[in-house]
Each structure stands twice: as C-alpha cells, then as structure tokens.
Design a protein around this ligand. Structure first.
Ligand SMILES: [Zn+2]
Length: 156
C-alpha cells in the first residue's frame, strides 16, 4: 500500500509519529564500555584514549552526536572515591601502616583506577545516549545544535 502525503509537513509529521526501532540500553552500554560499536558490535567507538570516532568504520553509525561532556569524569570521581576512601580508612583502622605507605599506595591506586575506568564509563554513556536516541542520535531531530538567536535591535 502506497501512502501519499499532501505536503512535506504531513510527511514529516507521519515520520515523527512512526516508532523508532527499540535499542536495548544495557547491551548498548556494555558495547560502548567495551569500545564496540553499539549498532554492529564490530567497529570501535574510540579512535584515541578518550577521542570518539566520527563514525563506525564497519557499519557507518555516527558517534559524533554524543554529548558525554563532563559526565565521564564525574562518574569516575564518584566511583573511585567510593573505593579508595573506604579502603584507606579500613587499612588505617586495621593495620595503622606508616604514613609513607599511605602516601605511596593511595595516590597510585587513585590514578590507576581513574585511568582504567574513564574510557569504559565514557563508552557506556555514549551507548546510553545512542540507545535512548538522545541528542543527534535521534534521526527525527531537526538539529542538535540550538540556533543562534538574532541579535536584538538596540532601542536606545
Ligand atoms: Zn558499527
């Protein structure tokens, strides 16, 4: 059956009402955390340590729409803090090690945990945005970048 639209506005409205394919959130977040393309699972999300590829080299799914911004460091700080601080307090209460042991163990553990968690967390957040059709991942969105308002005329 062929549907004829009377205007492009009618076509656009019908397109926006059409349900988008379901994207499983957990699967997308796990694939992103493992640096695998959320769409095909073969390509990679990152082309540097934290630099995101423009698009998947295998299937062409675009990743440049992501707006992870400062969420990955926020979640990394929260998780690492909740691991290191209780561990530090527990070790101090149980063993009372010398200060130089504290000063050599905890900063090193903090840096290692932060570096190892940042990328998987960022990939998972990009996977979440992709699965929920957020930002430019929604094909029906007009434009992800807000229009620059016209400069107002001076009235004085
Ligand atoms: Zn792909």
């Amino acid at each position: 059956m062929t549907v004829r639209y009377r205007s492009s506005d009618e076509f656009q409205a019908a397109r926006e009402e059409a349900p988008k394919p379901h994207r499983p959130v957990l699967k997308a977040m796990l694939r992103g955390a493992c640096n695998s393309c959320m769409q095909c699972g073969r390509g990679s999300v990152f082309n540097g340590f934290l630099a995101v590829s423009h698009a998947c080299a295998e299937c062409g799914e675009e990743f440049h729409h992501h707006r992870a911004d400062d969420a990955p460091p926020y979640f990394t700080i929260t998780i690492v803090g909740h691991i290191v601080i209780p561990a530090l307090l527990l070790v101090e209460v149980l063993y009372r090690p010398a200060l130089w042991i504290h000063m050599s163990v905890w900063p090193l553990l903090t840096v290692l945990l932060s570096l190892s968690l940042m990328r998987p967390i960022k990939g998972a957040l990009i996977g979440l945005q992709w699965a929920l059709y957020m930002h430019g991942f929604d094909p029906d969105a007009d434009d992800d970048i807000p229009a620059i308002p016209e400069p107002s005329e001076k009235t004085s």
